[in-house]
Design a protein around this ligand. Structure first.
Ligand code: TXE
Length: 505
């Protein structure tokens, strides 16, 4: 990829796209300021219930009477692969839009876009495998068909931390299954979704199959409440996830919720400590720490704690904080000023609970960082398990350390939070790894690596981290319904088959 230049650009106007028609006028628009420079880079129309209703109507028509759900899976896969090729062809622009609007380092954004194209290709492959089952073991005249069908119109609500990537964790899987969609990106990062929806049209996907409504939570709420939407797939905060859950009750729509996390890195004394230290720093600084599988808790065995913390501190101080569009940057700008303030408040909060700040959190003196939302990554030792820094999702580069002496103590600490999205184990002992992996209450466990899983692995949470799975075969199946068709051949002679169990309620 070529190096994107850091230049001031005119603010982009980002509107809705409904049945391939772009709406670019509205009474209200939301200014998006780049987190790195505080300059307005885009203006996003504030969609509401009228725009959502129009988009849902378009998706409904495309599903009920359009070609998409009836198309052969081979044909759908062809379109999805075309979109992947167009993502590759437009990778520089997509990465730049995401880095500029989210504040993530450009190199991370480039990784996201490569990953996004891979997800479209993987979903295309899954489309080819779409199938149901048959059951013929209920008498010679019985045939049971289990049909797998697309769930219908889906609403996809996307957060700001991985705009193009999380969109691609949902949309191609929904399309592969034959669903039609209304996409609602975050008001902070709508530009890449806008470009992606245009690329989808360019790939030849029929009008109305994918629609875009931009705006804030009001648009998300309207989408969740719509009686014409059959499934909502939401990624965001646990607080908003609870609102989505309540709003979905109206028509009992299916839900997939990917919510917050509070992962722990558990470092045992027999780990490769150098590898683990590098992983721990990556785990809390990757994507500015604004990552649902970010690793803000370090649980370290007391026997190696002092030495290990010193190594982590040394590595954290070397992390290059800089402008998101600078290729040397490892830690960019946080999403917006209130978020930066909240993240920093965890540092002072930890001190009130007896925490000891080892490094970070201080103001940055680099003039190039000017008005942006930057902070040095922070390391805090002696974090108490009841402190907010241990319990709450921080979503920033702040790492709290707690020491343990036994594996069961480490498991108790790791599981002692409301979340259950991911955890990491660092140990070279197979018994330890397997025992701890089985005991952890989280949808993902990384072992001797972190934030590292291919799209074949289902992703989702235990407890307050969510409902359902994304990616993998399970992620594809979320966008389908099963229909059981029971068939008897031959003639019924005044009787119906008697079974010990009747599948009725
Ligand atoms: O999230 P919201 P925010 C966490 C993280 C972060 C915090 C707040 O801790 O600091 O959430 O971020 C749309 N009905 N995560 O406020 O509100 C909204 O417009 C339907 C974790 O940005 O959850 C956006 O498109 N939709 C996370 C999306 O929901 C609504 C990723 C997410 O916004 C809505 C992001 C409503 N009532 C933040 N209100 C992860 N799991 O990775 C807002 N939205």
């Amino acid at each position: 990829m070529s190096t994107p230049t850091i230049t001031k650009t005119e603010a982009r106007l980002i509107g809705h796209i409904i049945a391939d028609q772009e709406a670019n006028r509205a009474d209200e628009a939301i200014d998006r300021r780049a987190p790195g420079t505080d300059e307005v880079v885009s203006q996003v129309l504030a969609g509401g219930s009228a725009e959502v209703a129009a988009a849902v109507r378009a998706a409904r028509t495309a599903f009920d009477s359009g070609a998409w759900p009836k198309m052969s899976v081979a044909e759908r896969a062809l379109y999805l692969n075309r979109v992947a090729d167009l993502i590759d062809a437009n990778a520089d622009q997509l990465a730049r839009l995401d880095a500029e609007e989210s504040g993530k380092p450009i190199t991370t954004a480039e990784g996201d876009i490569g990953g996004a194209a891979g997800l479209w290709r993987y979903a295309a492959a899954l489309a080819l495998t779409m199938k149901g089952q048959t059951f013929t073991g209920n008498g010679p005249d019985y045939t049971g068909l289990v049909l797998r069908e697309p769930v219908g119109v889906v609403g996809l609500i996307i957060p700001w931390n991985f705009p193009a990537l999380i969109l691609s964790q949902k949309l191609p899987f929904a399309l592969a299954a034959g669903c039609t969609a209304v996409v609602k990106p975050s008001e902070f990062t709508s530009s890449s979704a806008h470009l992606l929806v245009k690329l989808i049209a360019q790939a030849g996907v029929p009008a109305g199959v994918v629609n875009l409504v931009v705006g804030d939570g009001r648009a998300g709420q309207a989408l969740t409440e719509s009686d014409d939407v059959d499934l909502v797939s939401f990624t965001g905060s646990t607080a908003t996830g609870r609102r989505v859950l309540a709003a979905a009750a109206g028509n009992m729509k299916k839900l997939s919720l990917e919510l917050g996390g509070k992962a722990a890195n558990i470092v045992f004394a027999d780990a490769d400590l150098e590898d683990a230290a590098a992983g721990v720093v990556h785990g809390v600084t990757f994507n500015n720490g604004e990552c649902c599988v970010s690793q803000p808790r370090l649980l370290v065995h007391a026997s190696v704690a002092d030495e290990f913390i010193q190594e982590v501190s040394r590595r954290m101080q070397r992390v290059r904080v800089g402008q998101p569009l600078d290729r040397e940057t490892q830690l960019g700008a946080l999403i917006h000023a209130p978020h930066l303030k909240r993240v920093k408040s965890f540092i002072s909060g930890a001190q009130e609970y007896g925490g000891d700040v080892i490094t970070g959190g201080q103001p940055l003196s680099d003039a190039a960082l000017g008005k942006g939302q930057f902070m040095a990554p922070a390391l805090i030792d002696r974090v108490a398990a009841d402190a907010p820094i241990f319990q709450e999702e921080i979503f920033g580069p702040v790492l709290g350390v707690t020491r343990f002496t036994t594996a069961s103590e480490a498991i108790g600490l790791a599981n002692g939070v409301q979340y259950g999205l991911a955890n990491t184990i660092w140990s070279k002992n197979t018994d330890t790894v397997l025992d701890v992996a089985k005991a952890l209450k989280s949808g993902t466990v990384y072992v001797n690596t972190t934030i590292d899983a291919p799209p074949q692995m289902p992703f989702g949470g235990y407890k307050a981290s969510g409902i359902g799975r994304e990616m993998g075969e399970a992620g594809f199946e979320e966008f389908t319904e099963l229909k059981s068709v029971s068939i008897r051949t031959g003639k019924r002679v005044n009787s119906f088959p008697q079974t010990d169990w009747e599948g009725v309620a």
